[in-house]
Structure formats: C-alpha cells, structure tokens
Design a protein around this ligand. Structure first.
Ligand code: ADP
Length: 141
C-alpha cells in the first residue's frame, strides 16, 4: 500500500501551460511511472503564490517569481512513486533551464532560471506541507 512518503508535489508552471506543454509533461509523468493522485488547473492569486514561496521572500527575485507564478494558469499535482521527491527532481533537472540537460523537463520546456516549466518539492517534509497547501484530503484519489 502507498504512503504519503511516496508522494511529491509538482507544478506545471504558467510558462509551460502557455506554451501548450501540459500534455507533453503529463506524458513524461506517465512514462516515468508516476501515478497522479490529485490534479487541478488553477490561476494563483498573489497571496497564494507569495505564501507558497514565502521561504524566498527576502530574495531579490521574489517579486519576479510571484509575477511569473500569477501570470497565467498552472497545473498542480500530487505524484506518487517510490522515492517520488528525488525521482521527480531528477526528471525536472536543475533549476536553471539554460543549464538543464536535454531530456529533462526544464531542459526541454523551460527557458530561463525563473521560467523553468515545473516545480517539485525538495524534501518529503516539504512535499507534505506543499500538498496540503494546495489540496484538501478529499481531493486525493
Ligand atoms: P527549485 O524550484 O529548483 O527548488 P529554488 O527553490 O531555488 O529552485 O527556487 C524556486 C523558484 O524560484 C525556481 O524554480 C525559479 O522559478 C525561481 N528562481 C530561482 N532562482 C531564481 C533567479 N535567480 N531568478 C529568477 N527566478 C529564480
């Protein structure tokens, strides 16, 4: 039986949605053996985006990051797989899309360090916090 420890929180960011890449990214999610346990299209408010990235509040790029994350709809997902947190980060590639290898989601669909097509939790602890920030218990399948 699966446990919450095998889940991570992912976002298909507004740049990737705008570019028509929802389907391409979900195809990779399927191809790499993740199960989608929750998913929704949403347009974040500044309050929601700022709260989600509160850890970066003092960073110089915070305003730009909130502008970007509220610039259009995104897709938020709960992904399940063994070692989901690390497996999803490996599939995304490094933060800076210009340095991410081809074959990774950020390498193929991102365009810069900020507009990098996807988000993934960086620890199991943060995955739980982020999943509960975006989903109610009843939204997991
Ligand atoms: P990751 O998303 O890979 O865990 P961080 O937690 O460091 O990376 O940053 C969160 C998000 O903030 C990044 O995914 C990216 O969209 C944005 N970001 C990070 N660094 C910069 C930067 N130097 N300039 C603009 N945006 C940035």
């Amino acid at each position: 039986m699966s446990t919450a420890g095998n889940r991570t929180f992912a976002i298909i960011k507004p740049d990737a949605v705008r570019a028509g890449n929802i389907g391409n990214i979900i195809q990779r999610i399927n191809d790499h053996g993740f199960k989608i346990r929750a998913m929704k299209l949403m347009h974040m408010t500044r309050e929601v985006a700022g709260g989600f990235y509160a850890v970066h509040r003092e960073r110089p790029f915070f305003g730009e990051l909130v502008d970007f994350m509220t610039s259009g709809p995104c897709v938020v997902l709960a992904l399940e797989k063994d070692n989901a947190v690390q497996a999803w980060r490996d599939l995304m590639g490094p933060t800076d899309s210009t340095k991410a290898p081809k074959g990774t989601i950020r390498g193929d669909f991102g365009t810069s360090v900020g507009e990098n097509a996807s988000h993934g939790s960086d620890s199991e602890e943060n995955a739980k916090i982020e999943l509960s920030y975006f989903f109610n218990a009843t939204e997991f399948c």
